[in-house]
Design a protein. Structure first.
Length: 445
């Protein structure tokens, strides 16, 4: 029994049934009156199913048997003619593809909304210097917008991956029957076109057995989850009293049941946690598929719940994270005040020496000794006197202090892809175009 979870496929099963009725009519297997009666009944059944007037019964095995019962209730024995030339094997493969292709576009719309909120925050922080970290240690100053847009780049790849997935998913199994195709004069290409697929399946046996499209979607969903988790982890850190880079809106945080001062970043933490669920959905389906012989096996009943769960999870988490980012307040003063912590401008001194002809190996060693001296004495790089600079290295002349500016450091990173505000502005403009194209593809621009 699967009708308790596959009922959500009812609109897609009915869509495919209408296409199948038309192809039976063109094949001369339904006359004009019969096809009109069936199409009218299917439209009525679609309306009733959508509005909860028609529901599965206890005796219905799956969505297909439930809807067939509904059709028989409306047109009697004529409804049985719709079985000709198809099987539940090609029906379910078709329904699941239709469902996923529809819902992937909803997911892309939600991703684009999150990208847009990240870009809006980036636009507000494009001139805001911030600590750039590697190994969770202060490394080099960046503008905060550069970090936000790094997350947008990852989500843009996710959308590109889903668009690429859609090319392979755009194959219609309908007409493949149980496994061998049909001896009836059907037209799988016409059905594929009507249902919005690019083509009909080339091999009927593969068509009813293939769940690559589901597994590949689940991989893409799991990677989206990983990217959401990575963003969530950063927001959790940024909101701590140790970082104090951002403050989250009360609507996306909760207090503690015992500690009145707490403001917990719940949405960010849930984004991390849901990634495990999405990875689990992928693992579950791959485990089901790994040992299946051709063609259809009842094991494939387990293909739908991981897919449905992944779709539901993404459509729940993505808007929540978008809202969290949209209402997040960035403390730009705090970011700038800490941008140079940890001797983050040391690389700028080394690169100044390189521009003067000093081999980078020697420059790196000289600046490393300077940093060690400062750390031991509790000094900032700019506080070392001229004589000490010269004693550490002949290359460290007093004018090295000229590059010990956070804003100068970020402005200097003006190579393509760098953190200079002008380069980040170019990146932001390109990403706006990318998101617009994503929404056009999803049909929501």
């Amino acid at each position: 029994m699967s009708v308790h979870f596959d009922w959500r496929l009812a609109p897609y099963d009915l869509l495919a049934s209408r296409a199948h009725a038309r192809v039976l009519h063109r094949a001369g297997l339904l006359d004009d009156t019969e096809v009109e009666r069936i199409l009218t009944a299917l439209a009525d059944l679609d309306h009733d199913a959508h509005n909860g007037v028609f529901r599965p019964a206890a005796e219905d095995e799956d969505v297909h048997t439930a809807l067939e019962r509904g059709l028989l209730e409306r047109v009697g024995a004529l409804g049985g003619k719709l079985r000709a030339g198809r099987s539940r094997n090609d029906q379910i493969a078709t329904d699941l593809r239709l469902y996923l292709r529809d819902h992937v576009r909803q997911i892309v719309t939600r991703i684009a909304e999150l990208e847009s909120e990240l870009m809006a925050q980036a636009e507000r922080t494009i001139e805001a210097p911030a600590p750039g970290l590697t190994h969770m240690q202060h490394a080099q100053p960046i503008v905060f917008a550069h970090q936000l847009l790094a997350h947008v780049q990852a989500f843009a790849r996710d959308v590109s991956r889903l668009q690429d997935w859609d090319v392979r998913a755009s194959v219609s199994p309908l007409g493949s029957g149980a496994l061998a195709g049909s001896s009836l004069p059907l037209d799988p290409d016409a059905v594929a076109k009507e249902l919005g697929f690019a083509r009909a399946a080339a091999n009927s046996l593969d068509a009813v057995s293939d769940r690559d499209f589901a597994a590949e979607f689940l991989f893409a969903a799991a990677l989206i989850g990983v990217h959401l988790s990575r963003l969530g982890e950063e927001v959790v850190l940024w909101a701590t009293s140790e970082f104090r880079w951002v403050e989250l809106d009360d609507a996306f945080s909760t207090g503690s049941s015992i500690m009145p001062q707490k403001k917990n970043p719940d949405v960010a933490e849930l984004a991390r946690g849901k990634a495990g669920r999405l990875i689990g959905d992928l693992t579950a389906l791959l485990t089901v598929l790994k040992g299946l012989p051709l063609a259809y096996d009842r094991d494939l009943q387990e293909d739908k719940e991981p897919v449905f769960d992944a779709v539901d999870t993404l459509l729940l988490v993505l808007p929540a994270v978008s809202g969290m980012i949209a209402t997040m307040t960035v403390d730009v003063d705090r970011l700038e005040a800490t941008a140079a912590d940890g001797y983050a401008l040391a690389t700028d001194v080394a690169e100044l020496l390189v521009r003067r002809g000093v081999p980078f190996r020697d420059a790196h060693e000289a600046v490393g000794e300077l940093v060690a001296y400062c750390a031991a004495k509790g000094l900032d790089l700019s506080e070392v006197d001229d004589d000490t600079l010269a004693a550490i290295s002949e290359h460290l002349t007093p004018d090295v202090r000229g590059v010990l500016s956070v804003r100068g450091a970020v402005e200097a990173r003006s190579a393509p892809g760098g953190t200079a505000p002008a380069r980040v502005a170019e990146q932001l403009a390109d990403l706006r175009d990318t998101v617009h194209r994503q929404l056009e593809w999803a049909g929501t621009a």
